[in-house]
Design a protein around this ligand. Structure first.
Ligand code: SF4
Length: 337
């Protein structure tokens, strides 16, 4: 990733706690700490993969950035006209121009498209809402967008049910591109698709990134999916980022035991390559009642006394390689080739 490019999005100490309410009076008896103080930045044209098991806070993070959820604490800075603007301080009205710059691609291409709308209506809707085109110009824009995602203009008057999963995801991508956004939050965009179709959609996203100069926050639950599309990868566990590094370094030389376990689950193309899958004991702890010290200590095979007591800070172990583990300097963990 080109270090010279300006930062487009920066998240600082972002938190989202959901209240747990009980009883007739809906008294607050605790909080689910879905996102618990994360910080990262994405440069223009970069793809940051955000990976972790379900419930780790990655989808909540995407929704906070798009301001579909109100953060409990922290800043979300977005570059507009050369200035970094804190989106958490803006009113609904002030947010409107920023909404054009940030779009989402959803996980499920089956439920994310309105079955009663034609492809033309679905893709045109954002342009109509923002008053950007009408009549013949609107139709031309939709035609261009469909061609950009590999669909034919004659598909315009059909309904979503007439398309395969991969084609529906292409419709969702065309809609996300309609406003010419700068940032796209891709929330597990291929996990509902057949493996054979996944690669096609990933290649399409990469081509569109080049063509439209897009920046991606790419959310996924396993490291295999984001390997070839990400410049850097952040691994989340229980609301925290536990490792953040350039993709190559993270895959070849992971420095957090959780990343090592996720990597061991990636299927190997060569059947002779024998690597042992690391099975994590137990479930992810309850985010309403996380363990003290290192949040991963209940499942870590390298746990020591200090891990039960002290929270490891996210620190830069080697240039650009950030890890939250007390033992990151001494452990020799296994990556993938
Ligand atoms: Fe494991 Fe301890 Fe490192 Fe946490 S701090 S990942 S428990 S070795």
């Amino acid at each position: 990733m080109n270090e010279e490019r300006p930062v487009l999005l920066e998240v600082r100490n972002l938190k989202k706690y959901f209240p747990i309410q009980k009883g007739f009076l809906r008294r607050v008896v605790g909080y689910v700490r879905a996102v618990d103080g994360i910080s990262f930045a994405i440069r223009e044209g970069e793809t940051l993969g955000l990976v972790g098991e379900s419930g780790c806070g990655k989808t909540t993070t995407g929704r906070l950035i798009l301001r579909a959820l109100e953060p409990t604490e922290g800043q979300i800075l977005f570059r507009k006209d050369g200035e970094m603007v804190d989106l958490t301080r803006l009113s609904r009205k002030e947010l409107k121009p920023f909404r054009r710059d940030m779009q989402i691609i959803f996980q499920d291409p089956f439920s994310s498209l309105n079955p009663r709308m034609t492809v033309m209506e679905i893709v045109a809707e954002p342009l109509v809402i923002h008053g950007l085109a009408k009549g013949a110009e609107l139709e031309d824009r939709v035609r261009e967008l469909l061609e950009a995602v590999g669909l034919k203009p004659q598909h315009m008057n059909r309904y979503p049910y007439a398309f395969s999963g991969g084609q529906r995801q292409r419709i969702g991508i065309a809609r996300a591109l309609a406003l010419r956004p700068k940032l796209i939050v891709a929330d597990e965009p291929v996990s509902a698709l057949d493996v054979s179709i996944q690669a096609q959609v990933l290649n399409l996203l990469r081509d569109l990134q080049q063509e439209f100069g897009l920046t991606y926050l790419f959310i996924a639950h396993d490291l295999a999916v984001v390997e070839h599309i990400s410049d850097r990868v952040a691994v989340m566990y229980l609301g925290h980022i536990v490792e953040l590094a350039p993709a190559e370094a993270l895959y070849a030389e992971p420095k957090h035991p959780y990343t090592e376990a996720l990597l061991s689950a990636i299927p190997k193309p060569d059947p002779d390559m024998v690597t042992q899958r690391i099975l994590l004991p137990g479930d992810v702890p309850n985010p309403a009642n996380p363990p003290p010290g290192c949040k991963f200590h209940t499942r870590c095979r390298y746990v020591e006394t200090i891990c039960h007591e002290e929270v490891p800070e996210l620190r830069e172990i080697t240039p650009q390689h950030w890890v939250a583990c007390h033992r990151a300097d001494e452990l020799k963990l296994v990556g993938v080739e």
